[in-house]
Design a protein around this ligand. Structure first.
Ligand code: ADP
Ligand code: MG
Length: 310
């Protein structure tokens, strides 16, 4: 039997690289750059809700941190520190070792210190809070989109949604279980993008948040939306549309930028070796998304994910 304290020592006590004080005291201590704003975000993954029971612990460790890193990316923040609150029914060494491996592998890639947390017995739930820095005034709010701005999408959409609809499909599974947070893109969009959000609940719904906060509308060409390669073999156009427009969990960035910055966005795509696709534009008027199909006709917008909607 591992005690709570042994477990923390064994799996979650790596010395911090940047924090003043990490795990082991009543609080962690960090020093924030003068002239920076501290960005803070929390995301929780609950068994049976966000992942199936028996899910691979290494992938859970990755995803729990990845979804938080994605929020940092969407704000243009540089992630620095994280805390982990975890409830689990039992302390299994095998499970914990794999979970810690998945989480630290991603943390190391982005130089993020795990600096504290809480550990308790209970149904499996994982809650990470992440802290990052942004030079003051440069954060990418949802609220900054202006009529005339281009709307851009990183990478490709719909892969994670397809994996949810067809759990046996290997080529889509990675998108769902091992998302790649677009941290570097977020940082490089400071001073270029006028607004940004990450796609966690579906493109249409997440773009909708930008529109509401920015009090503007949008015109999007459905055919321009970058599709995950896994969708290319799908024959049912309704399934494809649902995955691309309303599939959650892709963790790509949707952002807006002035037309005058197109060249810079394209140069950024080349530099990051990451597709950045222009899919439409911000319009004057109500916070409504007008979606045009291949024939130029208006298309219905499927609904995105909502934990409490019925
Ligand atoms: P307290 O009783 O003061 O809340 P705990 O006994 O819960 O302290 O935790 C002891 C130390 O271990 C603290 O520094 C806390 O931040 C850290 N810690 C606890 N659980 C985790 C975890 N899952 N991951 C990282 N650090 C943890
Ligand atoms: Mg505690």
């Amino acid at each position: 039997m591992t005690s709570e304290f042994d477990l923390i020592r064994k799996y979650f006590s790596r010395p911090p690289r940047q924090a003043v004080l990490g795990v082991g005291d009543d609080c962690a201590l960090v020093r924030v750059d003068a002239g920076a704003e501290l960005a803070v975000s929390t995301d929780m993954l609950v068994e049976g809700r966000h992942f199936a029971s028996g899910a691979d612990p290494r992938l859970l460790g990755h995803k729990a941190l990845a979804v938080n890193l994605s929020d940092m990316a969407a704000m243009g923040a540089t992630p620095c520190w994280a805390t982990l609150a975890i409830a689990m029914p039992r302390a299994s060494d095998k499970w914990l070792a794999a979970f810690a491996k998945g989480m630290y592998a991603l943390a190391d890639r982005f130089d993020v210190d795990l600096i504290g947390g809480d550990t308790t017995r209970g149904s499996l739930a994982i809650c990470i809070t992440i802290f990052g820095e942004i030079p003051a005034g440069l954060a990418l709010y949802r609220a900054g989109a202006l009529p005339g701005d281009d709307i851009w999408v990183s990478g490709a959409l719909g892969g994670a949604g397809l994996a949810l609809e067809s759990p046996g499909l290997k080529i889509a599974a990675r998108r769902l279980h091992e998302p790649e947070p677009r941290v570097e893109l977020g940082e490089r969009l400071r001073g270029i993008a006028t607004s940004a959000i990450d796609v966690s609940d579906g493109f249409a719904q997440d773009l909708g948040h930008i529109l509401e906060r920015s009090s503007a509308g949008a015109l999007v060409h459905y055919e321009k939306l970058p599709r995950d390669p896994a969708l290319l073999r799908e024959k049912d156009p309704r399934l494809v549309a649902r995955c691309v427009l309303a599939g959650g969990d892709d963790y790509e960035l949707v952002f807006t930028a002035p037309q005058a910055r197109r060249d810079e966005v394209e140069a950024l795509a080349a530099d990051l070796k990451l597709a950045l696709t222009r899919v439409g534009s911000i319009q004057k008027g109500d916070a409504k998304l007008q979606l045009l199909g291949a024939n130029g006709k208006a298309m219905a917008v499927p609904r995105g994910f909502d934990h409490f909607a019925r």
